[in-house]
Design a protein around this ligand. Structure first.
Ligand SMILES: Nc1ncnc2c1ncn2[C@@H]1O[C@H](COP(=O)(O)OP(=O)(O)OP(=O)(O)O)[C@@H](O)[C@H]1O
Length: 318
């Protein structure tokens, strides 16, 4: 519990710079896959884009709905302001670096990166017309078990892809999962993600949103070489599912404001939260497989994709 003891000022986000990101303005491109190369060759420039409306504000930046003047295609443009905190600018470079490596139907696609006047940086993404799972929850959408299974299957497919490419998201939560009218799900917001260089790389940076962090993220030293980081994303997925089902963050009563030190103690020392009575055995078991406090007992994305909670649902229906 070194982290709990040492940090009196508990912020939601504590991004740590990584040395590799101090050098170049944009990371050199990796050999792109066919789809990524095709997207890049579509050469969208910032002058081609017309701002339609603000979609939301994030950490240091604003996301706009934009229209491509020639094709009328709609995109989301994330703009990080030139005068924003250097740590925030590093986050966007990290996000761009990861999005340029990824090519999965369940990870948001990046169509271009621009330098704007005044030192702003922007990148153009696929537009998701229903916003985030958090906004759906706030708008009163009821997440049934069947709907959650379909959402979860897509998030896990995205996570399986990321983990197989040694990418850990580290900030999975309802507000970082985007959705469209077709109920297609895309993982977004890779500002605090990490690319593991080697399988046994330590992954102990204290970044992301505290509330969704796994117990071992608060106290990585006590987990030694068993701590691989990937399991932290699975814990966050378990909490996300629970939150969507019960309608509030599972460690807090509805409307209760978090006291971060108490919350961290509950995560590290308390029993993991579980589903209320009346839910199916498969759903309960699935959430338990995600919310094992011992990260070595937590199921991987690949294992969870074969869990009966997902395999017993007709994924085409709805
Ligand atoms: N590709 C997209 N399509 C549609 N809406 C989007 C898209 N990306 C982001 N948004 C909207 O913009 C909002 C802000 O997104 P952004 O990623 O900047 O911040 P955040 O994840 O909400 O916060 P933070 O960056 O602090 O974690 C989101 O909550 C969402 O409503």
């Amino acid at each position: 519990m070194a982290v709990v003891r040492d940090r009196r000022q508990l912020n939601l986000r504590l991004p740590l710079p990584e040395p590799s990101e101090r050098c170049s303005r944009f990371p050199p491109p990796l050999p792109p896959s066919a789809a990524v190369a095709a997207a890049a060759s579509a050469t969208i420039s910032s002058a081609d884009l017309e701002k339609l409306q603000v979609l939301g504000h994030g950490n240091g930046g604003t996301v706009y709905k934009v229209r491509h003047k020639q094709t009328s295609a709609i995109y989301a443009l994330k703009v990080v302001h030139g005068d924003s905190d250097p740590a925030v600018r590093r986050q966007i470079l990290r996000e761009v670096s990861i999005l340029r490596r990824t090519d999965s139907p369940h990870v948001i696609k990046c169509h271009g990166v621009f330098d704007l006047p005044g030192g702003d940086i922007a990148f153009c993404m696929q537009y998701m017309d229903m916003g985030t799972l958090e906004s759906l929850l706030k708008n009163g959408v009821v997440f049934t078990e069947t709907l959650l299974a379909k959402i979860c299957h897509q998030v896990l497919s995205g996570l399986e892809y990321l983990h197989s490419h040694k990418i850990i998201h580290r900030d999975l939560k309802p507000s970082n999962i985007l959705v469209n009218q077709k109920m297609e799900i895309k993982i977004s917001d890779f500002g605090v993600s990490k690319i593991m260089q080697r399988t046994l790389d330590p992954c102990n940076s204290y970044v992301g949103t505290c509330a969704y962090m796994s117990p071992e993220r608060f106290d990585p030293d006590s987990h030694g070489s068993n701590y691989d980081g990937y399991a932290g994303d699975i814990w966050s997925l378990g909490l996300t599912l629970l939150e969507l089902y019960v309608g509030h963050f599972p460690y807090l009563a509805p409307g209760q404001r978090p006291d971060w030190a108490t919350l961290m103690c509950a995560i590290c020392f308390g029993e993991p939260p579980s589903l209320p009575e009346g839910t199916s055995e498969n759903f309960r078991s699935f959430v338990e497989c995600c919310l094992q406090k011992d990260s070595s007992k937590r199921w991987s994305a690949t294992q969870l994709l074969a869990h009966p909670f997902l395999t017993s649902v007709d994924l085409q229906s709805l």
